[in-house]
Ligand binder design. Structure first.
Ligand code: GLY
Length: 569
C-alpha cells in the first residue's frame, strides 16, 4: 500500500510542478478506499490511473479532462482491461444537469459474416471468437475518448495524454495482483504473438517489477499529435492491418477510417424519488437495471433487510426473468428494433412477475422472454469521476476477456479486443460466459455487439447524487443493481455498498452464483430449501463509485476485490 502512495504522489508532484497557479502544498491529496474529498475525485481500477486523473483535476481540468486522462492511463497501467484497442460506453452529466451518453463500442468489420464462427456442419469453431485475430472488433475507445474530450473537456489533449505517455515509457511497478495475472497468461502471450511483447519477460513477474511499454508510448504520441488520425489512419492503422493479415483478422483500413463514436439518448427512470440515468442499447445494462429497479419498487418489502432470504429470493427471480428478456430482445439499435419503452413499462414488469412464488424457485426452462407487444468476459473496467463543479462521468471500457485476445499489435504496443464473442456466434447457443444470445445479436457487418456495461449516474432532487459502474461481463448488471439497492434501500455508505457480498442469476444456466465473501450460511440454506441451485464464485463485479454526501462532499467506493483506489483532493 505504501508503494501506491509513493507512486501516485510522485505523479501528482510532477504534474503540479508544471503549474504556476498552485503548488502541491495547496491541496490535501487523499488516496484510499472510502475517502471523502471536497474538490474532486477519481475512482478507478488502478492507483496510477486514479492519481493521473486527479492530477489533471488539480491542474484545473474538469471531470471530462480527468476522465480522458484516466482512460489513457488505464490503457497503460491496467492492460488486462484498460485499453486503446477495445471499446466502451460513457454516461455524462454536466454541472448544469444536462446529460448524455456516448457509445464507443467496437463494431464488426465490414467483411464479418453471420456464420463466420461456424464450421461446415454449423458447429461453433471453438476459440475462434475469443482467441484469434478474427475475435477483434474495430476498436472504438480512442474515437470515444477524443469525442468526449472535444465536446466537454477544457484542457488541451496534449496535456491530458502526456502523463500516460511518460508512464508507458518510464514504466511503473506492477502490483502483486498484476504480477499473478500476467504470469497466468504468459503462455497465451507467447503462443499468440510472433514478436516480443512487453507482458512477457525472461522471468516470471513479481510485485514491484517495472512494466515498460515503449511502443505503446509512441502510439500515444501519435494520438497526441494527430488526434483520431493518429490511431485510425497513418502508421498505427497500417500496423493494425498488418497484424490482421498475419492470421484470420478482418479489420482493414476502411473499417478503421469509417469508425465513429455515437451519441445516444440515455435510458432514464425513477426509483423511489431518485432519477437513474444509464446507457441504452447496444448495451443491455441500462434497460436491465431499470427493469430490475422497476420490479423492486413494487415488490420489495417496505422494510427491506440486506440479504434476507425474502429479498434475495425476489431479486434472483427478477434477475432470471430480466436476463431472459435480454437474451431475446437486445442488440444494436442501428440494426434491430428494440422495444425499450415496453420493456421498462411498469405493467409489463408486474405481468412478468405474475408467476413469482414467494416460497419457491421458478425454473429457467419454463421461463422465456416476456411477451410484449448475450455472455461477456469478466475483464472490463469502470471508473467514475466528479470535479469541484459536480461535472460527472461514468465510463466503462473493455477488451472483453482479460487482455482481450492476448494479441499485441506489433510495433504499436497495444492489445486487441476479442469483443466479437459478445455477438451470438450461433443464436440460441451460449458464449464463453454462458449467456444465450438471440437473433437480435447475430453478427452483421458494421454492427455493434450487445454489451452488459452499465455506467450510471443517479440524481436526487435534480442534483448529482451518485456515479457508478462495474466490470464483470454478464454480472455487471447485477453488480450495479445491487450496489444501487445497497445505498438506496439498505442505507450503506458508498464503500460498504461496493464491498458488500453479491449474488447473480442470469436466467441460463439456471444457477445462483454467490461470492465466497457471503458469510450467511442460514441464508444459503433457506434459498436451497426454496429450490435454488447455489454455486460459489471468488468474486462478482468490481464497482468503482462516488456518492455526493452532506455539504456537497464526495464519498468514494473503491472496490476492495481489486487494486481499485480512489484519489481526490
Ligand atoms: N464485454 C463486456 C461487455 O461489453 O458487456
Amino acid at each position: 500500500m505504501r508503494r501506491y502512495f509513493f507512486c501516485v504522489n510522485a505523479i501528482l508532484l510532477l504534474l503540479v510542478l508544471t503549474v504556476s497557479s498552485c503548488t502541491y502544498e495547496d491541496y490535501e491529496i487523499k488516496q484510499g478506499r472510502g475517502i471523502v474529498c471536497s474538490n474532486g475525485m477519481v475512482v478507478s481500477a488502478h492507483p496510477e490511473a486514479s492519481g493521473i486523473g486527479t492530477g489533471i483535476l488539480i491542474e484545473g481540468g474538469n471531470a471530462f479532462d480527468a476522465a480522458a486522462a484516466t482512460a489513457f492511463a488505464l490503457a497503460v497501467s491496467y492492460p488486462t482491461a484498460g485499453n486503446i484497442g477495445g471499446g466502451g460506453l460513457m454516461v455524462i452529466r454536466d454541472s448544469d444537469g444536462r446529460y448524455a451518453t456516448l457509445d464507443c463500442r467496437e463494431k464488426a468489420p465490414d467483411s464479418a459474416m453471420n456464420d463466420m464462427y461456424l464450421d461446415e456442419e454449423d458447429n461453433i469453431i471453438k476459440g475462434m471468437s475469443t482467441s484469434t485475430l478474427a475475435a477483434s472488433g474495430v476498436p472504438g475507445s480512442v474515437a470515444g475518448i477524443l469525442e468526449m474530450h472535444s465536446e466537454y473537456g477544457s484542457l488541451p489533449l496534449k496535456k491530458i495524454i502526456q502523463p500516460s505517455i511518460d508512464l508507458a515509457r518510464e514504466g511503473f511497478p506492477v502490483t502483486s495482483r498484476q504480477a499473478k495475472s500476467l504470469n497466468s497468461v504468459r503462455k497465451r502471450f507467447i503462443n499468440r504473438n510472433d514478436h516480443p511483447v512487453p507482458f512477457v519477460k525472461d522471468n516470471l513477474w513479481a510485485e514491484g517489477d517495472t512494466l515498460i511499454q515503449a511502443d505503446l508510448a509512441r502510439t500515444l504520441e501519435r494520438i497526441r499529435d494527430n488526434g483520431t488520425e493518429g490511431f485510425y489512419s497513418g502508421s498505427t492503422a497500417d500496423m493494425i492491418v498488418k497484424e490482421m493479415k498475419k492470421g484470420n483478422g478482418l479489420i482493414n483500413h476502411n473499417d478503421l477510417e469509417n469508425y465513429s463514436a455515437v451519441w445516444r439518448e440515455p435510458v432514464t427512470g425513477m426509483y423511489s424519488g431518485y432519477k437513474i440515468i444509464s446507457i441504452p442499447p447496444p448495451s443491455s445494462g441500462g434497460v436491465a437495471v431499470m427493469q430490475l429497479l422497476g420490479i423492486m419498487e413494487d415488490m420489495l418489502n417496505e422494510q427491506p433487510v440486506f440479504h434476507s432470504s425474502e429479498d434475495v429470493h425476489l431479486m434472483i427471480e427478477a434477475e432470471r426473468r430480466i436476463y431472459a428478456d435480454r437474451s431475446f430482445y437486445l442488440g444494436d439499435p442501428d440494426f434491430v428494433e428494440i422495444p425499450v419503452n415496453e420493456l421498462v413499462n411498469k405493467d409489463y414488469l408486474i405481468d412478468r412477475m405474475s408467476d413469482f412464488d414467494t416460497l419457491k424457485t421458478s425454473s429457467s426452462a419454463n421461463i422465456s422472454h416476456g411477451l410484449i407487444v448475450a455472455p461477456e468476459s469478466e475483464e472490463t473496467t469502470h471508473f467514475s469521476v466528479i470535479d469541484k463543479d459536480h461535472n460527472a462521468i461514468a465510463f466503462t471500457t473493455t477488451l472483453n476477456s482479460s487482455y482481450g485476445n492476448c494479441i499485441v499489435v506489433e510495433g504499436a504496443g497495444f492489445l486487441l479486443n476479442n469483443e466479437m464473442d459478445d455477438f451470438s456466434s450461433k443464436p440460441g447457443y451460449p458464449n464463453i460466459y454462458g449467456l444465450i444470445g438471440g437473433e437480435a445479436n447475430s453478427v452483421q457487418p458494421g454492427k455493434r455487439m450487445l454489451s452488459s456495461m452499465t455506467p450510471a449516474i443517479v440524481e436526487k432532487d435534480n442534483n448529482l447524487y451518485m456515479v457508478l459502474g462495474s466490470p464483470g461481463g454478464s454480472t455487471i448488471i447485477t453488480s450495479v443493481f445491487q450496489t444501487l439497492l445497497n445505498v438506496l434501500e439498505y442505507q450503506m455508505n458508498m464503500q460498504q455498498a461496493v464491498d458488500a457480498p453479491r449474488f447473480h442469476h442470469q436466467w441460463m444456466p439456471d444457477l445462483v452464483y454467490f461470492e465466497k465473501l457471503e458469510a450467511d450460511s442460514v441464508l444459503i440454506r433457506k434459498l436451497e430449501n426454496m429450490g435454488h441451485n447455489i454455486q460459489w464464485r471468488s468474486s462478482i463485479g468490481r464497482v468503482d463509485a462516488i456518492r455526493i454526501i452532506k455539504g456537497g462532499k464526495m464519498e468514494a467506493g473503491a472496490d476492495s476485490r481489486g487494486d481499485d483506489m480512489a484519489c481526490g483532493y
